[in-house]
Design a protein around this ligand. Structure first.
Ligand code: ADP
Length: 305
């Protein structure tokens, strides 16, 4: 089963939150959903989950809109807002009630509690839970119907480093089992480790829909860190061929020449080098480069009004 979004648009008065968006989330992969703040991610996820009506276009799971799913929890598991639990209910009762409403056998509750590591606190009231524990409870609820499609909005919020590693493993496992997993997060380094594919939006529009590795490759600026005892001589030598900025007292960050090119120029000019390190491209750098326009536009719009 997959998620398909076609021409999806959402207007709030004059604000176009989501603008003619089309993409698919395929089974067997973790798809990362990225965009600057206000890009329209939450609005898109809410429309996929039937919590918000589209102004136009469609969002379907396995070919049907969420509202037309005969058993929604068995089709799509979602984590949107970890706070959405009645505080007086125990974790176990919260899940039992959800199971009962959705025709899911009660025995499944113990399984998902074990899956998320909440067995020992199953009889505690959810109101006493830390944000990380509520997050795990929300994930248990998402897994309850054993759905082929999972949607997680910022699942790492409130988790400690151990919890973050756990989520990464869980997402990878869910995708390896053949499920379609869609996840948003602003933690780029974690997204880079977790997602196979990326959907990037800005100002409600699709900016990229591509494999993780290809995205990083296509959008990161290649930089090389150069250090030596005479940075000013180096800078003069490199400046005609590359963009150069200072990095500390004896370092330069060079764009527009690779390490071999810089080394050759330095050798030809007789300038000593102490370090010549290509900077590893990363999702974070690629994302910042690609969305700069969207973010600048946003800042202008906000300060201009
Ligand atoms: P993201 O999740 O990417 O941060 P959102 O989907 O929350 O972005 O918001 C996208 C745009 O829609 C923003 O400009 C936001 O202010 C606007 N928006 C979101 N929800 C509403 C709403 N209920 N009423 C009016 N505007 C909204």
């Amino acid at each position: 089963m997959m998620i398909e979004v076609r021409g999806l648009t959402k207007r709030y008065g004059r604000v176009v939150a989501v603008d003619d968006l089309s993409f698919a989330v395929r089974p067997g992969e973790v798809t990362g959903f990225l965009g600057p703040n206000g890009a329209g991610k939450s609005t898109t996820l809410r429309m996929i989950l039937g919590l918000d009506a589209a102004s136009s276009g469609t969002a379907t799971v396995g070919g049907r809109p969420y509202s037309a799913q005969p058993a929604p929890l068995r089709a799509v598991g979602a984590l949107l807002d970890a706070g959405a639990v009645l505080p007086g209910r125990t974790a176990r009762h919260h899940l039992l009630a959800l199971a009962a409403c959705n025709g899911i056998p009660g025995g499944r509750v113990a399984e998902v509690l074990a899956e998320v590591g909440l067995e020992s606190v199953a009889r505690r009231r959810a109101g006493t839970f830390s944000l990380g524990m509520r997050q795990r409870l929300g994930i248990a609820a998402a897994l309850l119907g054993d759905p082929p499609v999972l949607v997680f909005d910022e699942p790492l919020n409130g988790l400690d480093p151990e919890g973050i590693v756990w989520i990464r493993g869980l997402m990878r496992r869910m995708a390896a089992e053949g499920r379609a997993v869609l996840m948003s997060s602003h933690l780029m380094s974690e997204m880079e480790l977790t997602a196979d594919h990326l959907i990037v939006i800005g100002r409600g529009r699709l900016i990229a829909d591509t494999a993780m590795a290809a995205f990083i490759d296509a959008h990161s600026t290649r930089e090389v860190l150069v250090r030596g005892p005479r940075p000013e001589s180096l800078r003069r030598m490199l400046a005609p061929a590359a963009e150069v900025r200072a990095d500390g007292a004896d370092g330069l960050v060079v764009t527009g020449l690779d390490a071999a090119g810089i080394g050759a120029l330095a050798a030809a000019g007789g300038v000593e080098l102490h370090e010549l390190t290509p900077r590893q491209p990363s999702l974070e750098r690629a994302f910042m480069d690609l969305t700069r326009d969207a973010r600048e536009y946003h800042t202008e719009k906000e300060t201009g009004s």
